[in-house]
Unconditional design. Structure first.
Length: 94
């Protein structure tokens, strides 16, 4: 029996070294979490990519989608930097 693909949705409230809540992570922890997913074979997915998926295109792949609520400025100073790098591995080295 073939295993169905998975979609893991991650939701963060803050990405900061200074905020400690259940939905907050440090920039380093965020990098480690994303790196772990990549190492386990998960493929990052955007909202547009999610809308464009059909049953045939995802049959053997697992995806993850990262979401941020409230639009705090720490997303711009920490989390958005992840998207300007080809890989979280590259960003972690800088």
């Amino acid at each position: 029996m073939e295993q169905a693909s998975q979609l893991l949705v991650l939701n963060y409230h803050h990405v900061s070294d200074n905020v400690d809540t259940a939905f907050s992570v440090t920039p380093r922890t965020l990098m480690e979490q994303l790196e772990s997913l990549l190492n386990r074979g998960f493929v990052p997915l955007s909202i547009n990519g999610l809308v464009g998926l059909d049953n045939d295109s995802r049959s053997d792949r697992n995806f993850f989608l990262v979401t941020f609520d409230d639009g705090y400025d720490d997303f711009m100073t920490h989390a958005c930097l992840l998207y300007t790098s080809p890989s979280p591995r590259d960003r972690q080295k800088s």
